[in-house]
Design a protein around this ligand. Sequence first.
Ligand code: NAD
Ligand code: UDP
Length: 315
Amino acid sequence: MGHVNLVTGGAGFIGSHLCEALLARGDEVLCLDNFFTGRKANIEHLLGNPRFELIRHDVINPIVLEADCIYNFACPASPVHYQFNPVKTIQTNVMGAMNMLNLARETGARVLQASTSEVYGDPAVHPQVESYWGNVNPIGPRSCYDEGKRVAETLFFDYHQQDKVDIRVIRIFNTYGPRMLVNDGRVVSNFAVQALRNEPITIYGEGSQTRSFCYVDDLVRGIIAMMDCDGFNGPVNLGNPGEFTILELAEMVIQMTGAKSELVRNPLPKDDPTRRQPDITLAREKLGWEPAVPLVQGLRKTIDYFDALLSKNGD
Ligand code: NAD
Ligand code: UDP
């Protein structure tokens, strides 16, 4: 018999792909979400599966459930959404982590935390290795997310040390793919939607800042590999080492859509990291994992997804 998995944030972008992959291998899935940025549409196709259950709940409140594996993904990930109510974002990160750790301690479940490359802040070390402590502003607009995720990591390792909770910590780098929201606010969805509508492409700052984009299917393989891996707690970077400037990304999207969009310059948001690229040596060694989907291929699938969605909405 397969595992019983609890996926918090399971109706979100990454969470819904994770639920799907776990069901596909014969596991049971309890999908928990408060629908802040998640949508029923993301998991609608799973509702008929007898191994799938949906629970509306906010992770800042404790909950008692039986599961062998807990994937803690509840938290808005787009700067636009996590800055909407920063205090709530910290609560979600800190209280959500504590509630899932308490549940794991009570039940003996293994618990995996979706941490982030944001723990490295605006990194002074490039590419980022897990041993780097980061460069994070504690009182800036991104702090509710960055520091919240850093405290969550601290809690995970303290519960492990103090109470022997079986933890896993992954640091996810920019991930994209179908089921991102049209109004998500992150760069790949913004550019794809703007290009498909022939609207101006919004470049923040000069567009010379870099990111490394991982296709969601690759990421989900890495998440499950880490949960299944014995004797290794992490933290481990999961991301695609291909590094692109934001201008390069805009040009690729325009070329792939044939859009007539012009580029417009908007102000660079405060504390926007200048460079980001994962060193995935550890993931390769410990998990035998590396991404397989190049950016052009993943962008094609993502653009096609938004194209179908916008046509359906009469956009
Ligand atoms: P998302 O916004 O699509 O998903 C987050 C999900 O969590 C949503 O379904 C939302 O409704 C739910 N949620 C938010 N607050 C909650 C709460 N208090 N209680 C219950 N549910 C709540 O974002 P995503 O990109 O799928 O990110 C999922 C996780 O992965 C997040 O923890 C995020 O920090 C992490 N992550 C994502 C990326 C990325 O590039 N996508 C990078 C690093 C880390
Ligand atoms: N960005 C941009 N235009 C947009 C959205 C984002 O130029 O419409 C830039 C943003 O300033 C950042 C990069 O793209 O430098 C990635 O932003 P995103 O919000 O996707 O993720 P994060 O900054 O958290 O990595």
